[in-house]
Write a protein that binds this ligand. Structure first.
Ligand SMILES: *Cc1c(COP(=O)(O)O)cnc(C)c1O
Length: 420
């Protein structure tokens, strides 16, 4: 459920007309619905009501500080994967004791910053990383609370580029080494083992891989306890899919929660979740204007002013996004289009052979479900400046990231003295 809908044939974000935003800020831009962000967080959190749960929003899905601060006000924690994300979460007012730090390549500086902030948990993905963390913590006279991320060797079923739980993936401690590393961790100064962590992938549309992975991890917890480790926490990662308008409909958070309660109840652990897409995905859209309608010999191209540097998911993951007109004209026929951006890459394409209303140059389109892994994956490829992000709340709107000007864009560049 989201709050982007037509009123009298015109698309609105909550009570704000998209056309008016395009007039005020120019295109392309992202617009997010605060009510949708809040609603998705509540649906997820409420599904686990009564259980001991920390919902740590995955910052990489959409790291805008206004988005983080909206979620912080709902009680969200944060799952961060870099020092930059840690600083964003803290800046947005998320308490350090609700922050978990994931990722396979944490640097020593990042570990130091997180230890100094006093975060809740480090999700550690290898023996060498654990040694480094222990060394740094001991030098700071601190103890790092740790869960080891375990690779359960389970295929998540989604696109191969967002599957993380197979043995051939770079993520997690290999299943065969897990017990040994927990034993070693107990002897390491600076390390306090708290729990187990697993995250098998993203945009997962089916409960079966989750259930298989979580059951496997439950058996590991029994083994670890038999070995004498104290395991109080189980971090089950993120990965729950969202409807993108095509393909299988992912399970509702309630069904996901029922399954998890069934599998984990006997363990008596605190549960940690790291949802990203499920919270932010359908809370944002990308608005773009049609530049030209180009009649190819074999295809018709709708050339829009947004491109793969603004939203890379179709190019990177073959992702499907619904594309809809901002103004619906009842009398328009439909036609088949390739919807493409201006960038000099064939993969700069939002949709292939898509049936859409006959759109004309100058008209606006909305690329739906772009709130997660949209703005967060942007670049300035082709020297296209980053695009604005706008937050809507009821009838109010505010710019939460402005469009950089050309001078901003080149402000990190310098001439060497022999050229100037
Ligand atoms: C990306 C990521 C998430 C969030 O995944 P979603 O599919 O957006 O829910 C959670 N945990 C880790 C470790 C991740 O890398």
């Amino acid at each position: 459920m989201h709050h982007f809908s037509y009123n009298d044939g015109r698309l609105f974000a909550e009570d704000v007309g998209i056309e008016a935003l395009a007039g005020e800020f120019g295109t392309p831009f992202y617009v997010y619905s605060e009510a949708t962000l809040r609603r998705h967080f509540r649906v997820f959190a409420d599904a686990f009501a009564g259980a001991d749960v920390l919902v740590a929003y995955s910052v990489k899905a959409n790291p805008n500080i206004a988005v983080l601060s909206t979620l912080a006000s709902e009680g969200a924690g944060a799952d961060v994967v870099s020092g930059g994300e840690l600083q964003r979460a803290l800046r947005a007012g998320i308490a350090p004791d609700k922050i978990v730090f994931s990722g396979i390549g944490k640097t020593r500086d990042e570990m130091t910053a997180a230890l100094e902030a006093g975060i809740y948990q480090f999700n550690v993905e290898s023996g060498p990383e654990l040694l480094a963390l222990g060394e740094i913590a001991a030098a700071l006279k601190k103890t790092a609370p740790v869960a080891l991320r375990i690779n359960p060797d389970i295929a998540a079923g989604g696109h191969e580029k967002i599957s993380t739980g197979k043995a051939e993936n770079k993520f997690g401690v290999p299943w065969s080494q897990a017990r040994g590393l927990y034993l070693a961790a107990r002897e390491m100064p600076g390390i306090e083992v708290k729990g187990v962590d697993v995250h098998i992938g993203s945009q997962i549309a089916d409960l079966a891989p989750f259930e298989a992975a979580f059951k496997k991890v439950a058996t590991l917890i029994a083994d670890l306890r038999a070995d004498g480790s104290t395991i109080d926490r189980l971090d089950l990662g993120g990965g729950l899919g969202i409807p993108y308008g095509e393909g299988a409909t992912p399970p509702h958070p309630d069904a996901y929660a029922q399954m998890i309660k069934r599998v984990t109840k006997p363990l008596g652990v605190q549960l940690i979740f790291e949802p990203g897409r499920m919270i932010a995905g359908n809370a944002g859209i990308l608005v773009s204007r049609v530049l030209y309608v180009k009649e190819g010999d074999e295809r018709r191209f709708l050339i829009i002013d947004a491109a793969m540097n603004d939203l890379i998911r179709p190019a990177l993951y073959d992702a499907y996004h619904d594309i809809i007109p901002v103004i619906k004209h009842a009398d328009r026929d439909s036609a088949i289009f390739d919807v493409v951006g201006p960038i000099c890459e064939t993969s700069d394409r939002f949709a292939q052979a898509r049936r859409l209303p006959e759109l004309k140059a100058g008209e606006l389109v909305a690329v739906m479900s772009a709130g997660a892994y949209g703005a967060s994956q942007t670049s300035e490829y082709n020297s296209r400046p980053l695009i604005p992000e706008i937050l809507v709340s009821g009838a109010r709107h505010a710019i939460i990231r402005r469009r950089p000007c050309f001078e901003d864009m080149i402000s990190y560049e310098q001439m060497p003295d022999w050229l100037s």
